[in-house]
Write a protein that binds this ligand. Structure first.
Ligand code: AGP
Length: 606
């Protein structure tokens, strides 16, 4: 959940550290700190506060350093709890992303040996432990200490005995190295390294590496020494900049046409006879014999999973369940033979989803992934999968990645229907036709942004809100509510429309607006009867429907229309107004929509 950056080379390290933290700030932003040539600066608040404080540094010319932006797990956001943490001598500095689970007993053991602590963090325990085992060889001390800890970590360690050397390690939390002629870089994710290089080494779980200005060496779990598997990433830094938009969230919503284009590019066969998913070809045989699929994910990705379930059951008859990662990983899984598990994840680093995939592998199940971040842990842990190619998603609230997840899930449905021969030709034809139309249709939806902004302005002061929908739009009601909660801090709930009268309708009234997701489809009439029940309680209604619904304005004055497409794909277009509403209301309330309070972009701890 935190962001880590480190550098050792020929150039001054401070600008690299600050720029790196700014690129990683979406991972956590309650406090930050850095170590430069043995000097420490730690501050509560955003990276900008730390940047200003670097004026305190007596010498900024050092060419080796490490830095950290924090999302607190143990110990409040204070200067003492901010990273880097030090050993008892103060000569070893460490930054950490993850959680040391057995920190209490380790701390007690060290305190019993007279070692004093200054913070309430699990990380300081690791720094003290390394110092305790240090006899001049930092790599050895780090490996000895790591053998004693339980939990997840991505760490960078420095000692003043070898001022141009960094030791880094990972278990569960992402660590990627950047290779250049001017030095060696390390970070929690590639976006912080793209300004300098596309030559990356993704450290695997259990690996430890030593970086010097001209050299890097990776020690595998077995202790084998090698240079690490270098990979070249496809996306560039420009994609990660705001490109004239006020916020990353706004930019990423308006990327919908190109994101849809990238998700389907090269995957619809030229003659529209079917789809091609290169990443699944190696396991096509196993996919063809799948008896049951479990989709495992967290947050927005789990709502995408719920739509995936509807797609797979409705059109290819594959029994599918959806599991929340944090529950699935601790539950006994009853998976019949021939079952598979599909992880859906933007970051590819969500700890609960990663652990669920490892559990599924241990149970001998086929593991698949729909992942956005190339080379991420879940992409490498699963047997096969499909990349979203949505580019880096910087805003904490998932928008373009969610849209891309729905699109790739529909491609997967066509793929499985194709190899299981369970998809009706007429469905395949219509779905393929409308899939290819989605990028242009998304442009049409975005053209109504100012209308949606006007509705957002009208409702910006609300303190409660209910999203309702049926069938395809029931899972989307959950996603709509989550988006609003994340970016506006308004209490919002998503509900299957037919479920309201079983209790939650008691909440409704003039100060509790309802957003009804109701395209003109097979369940429209049913949803409208629920809307009438809501209006009878005098709740204001916003109706999101399809452009063939000519009676919509009789229902409510606040109508948002989207183009009509195949029912399975309709949520892809209906999602965009939900994202814009949440964005505009968040901005109208003066909030930081890119970095909402208490959140972080990828949840790498439990
Ligand atoms: C969504 O807006 C949130 N950022 C969050 O719920 C997110 O979807 C969840 O943490 C899963 O992340 P992942 O897709 O990277 O696994």
């Amino acid at each position: 959940m935190c962001g880590i950056i480190g550098y050792t080379g020929s150039r001054e390290a401070l600008p690299v550290l600050i720029a790196g933290l700014e690129a990683l700030e979406y991972r956590g932003y309650d406090s930050a700190g850095l170590s430069l040539g043995g000097q420490l600066v730690k501050k509560v608040g955003k990276v900008a506060v730390l940047k200003a404080a670097t004026a305190e540094l007596t010498d900024t010319t050092a060419t080796t350093g490490l830095a950290h932006t924090r999302w607190a797990t143990h110990g409040e956001p204070t200067e003492a709890n901010a990273h880097p943490h030090t050993d008892a001598t103060g000569h070893i500095h460490l930054v950490h992303n993850g959680i040391i689970e057995n920190w209490r007993e380790l701390r007690a053991g060290l305190e019993a040996q007279g070692i004093a602590f200054y913070s309430a963090t699990d990380t300081e325990v690791l720094a003290k432990l390394i110092g305790h085992h240090y006899t001049g060889d930092l790599l050895a001390a780090v490996r000895t200490a790591l053998a004693l800890v339980r939990g997840a970590y991505g760490i960078v360690v420095w000692s003043n005995d070898a001022p141009d050397t960094l030791v880094v390690a990972r278990l569960g939390s992402p660590i990627v190295l950047g290779i250049t002629d001017d030095g060696r870089y390390v970070a929690s994710d590639p976006t912080a390294l793209l300004p300098y290089t596309k030559r990356l080494v993704f450290l695997a779980d259990g690996e430890v590496a030593t970086l010097t200005p001209t050299h890097h060496q990776v020690v595998s779990v077995q202790g084998d020494i090698y240079s690490g598997k270098e990979e070249e990433v496809s996306f560039d830094i420009e994609v990660a900049k705001k490109e004239g938009y006020a916020h990353f969230m706004e930019k990423e919503i308006f990327e919908a046409p190109s994101v849809l284009e990238n998700a389907i590019r090269g995957r619809i066969l030229p003659d529209h006879s079917g789809v091609k998913l290169g990443g699944l070809e190696a396991v096509a045989g196993e996919v063809a014999t799948l008896s049951q699929l479990t989709i495992v994910a967290c947050g927005s990705a789990s709502f995408a999973g719920q739509l995936g379930r509807l797609m797979l059951e409705e059109y290819v008859g594959l029994p599918t369940t959806v599991e929340i990662g944090s529950e699935y990983r601790y539950r006994r899984t009853l998976a019949p033979s021939g079952a598979g598990v599909l992880a859906v994840t933007q970051s590819g680093e969500t700890a609960d989803t990663l652990a669920s995939i490892k559990l599924a592998k241990d149970n001998g199940l086929l593991t698949l992934g729909i992942v956005n971040v190339v080379g991420s842990s879940i992409a490498r842990e699963t047997a096969a999968g499909v990349y979203n190619h949505a580019g880096p998603e910087v805003a904490v609230a998932s928008t373009k990645a969610f849209l891309s997840q729905l699109t790739v899930l529909s491609l997967l449905t066509l793929f499985i229907g194709q190899i299981k021969d369970t998809l009706k030709p007429e469905d395949r034809a219509t779905i393929l036709r409308d899939l290819a139309r989605l990028p242009d249709l998304a442009k049409t939806v975005l053209e109504s942004a100012s209308h949606i902004k006007a509705i957002a302005e009208k409702y910006k002061a609300m303190e409660n809100c209910m999203y309702i929908g049926r069938k395809w739009h029931a899972p989307l009601a959950y996603e709509g509510a989550l988006k609003l909660k994340e970016t506006t801090y308004i209490h919002a709930e998503g509900y299957p429309a037919g479920e309201l009268k079983h209790g939650s309708i008691a909440l409704l009234g003039p100060d509790f607006p309802v957003i009804a997701l109701a395209p003109l489809d097979e369940v429209y009439e049913k949803t409208m009867s629920n809307v009438e029940e809501v209006k009878a309680r005098r709740s204001p209604v916003i109706l999101i429907t399809t452009d063939d619904n000519h009676g919509a304005s009789e229902i409510t004055p606040d109508v948002i229309e989207v183009p009509k497409v195949h029912p399975m794909l309709q949520p892809i277009l209906t999602t965009i107004p939900l994202q814009l509403l949440a964005y505009y209301i968040g901005v109208a309330r003066g909030l930081n929509v890119d970095q909402p309070r208490n959140l972080a972009k990828s949840v790498t701890v439990e």
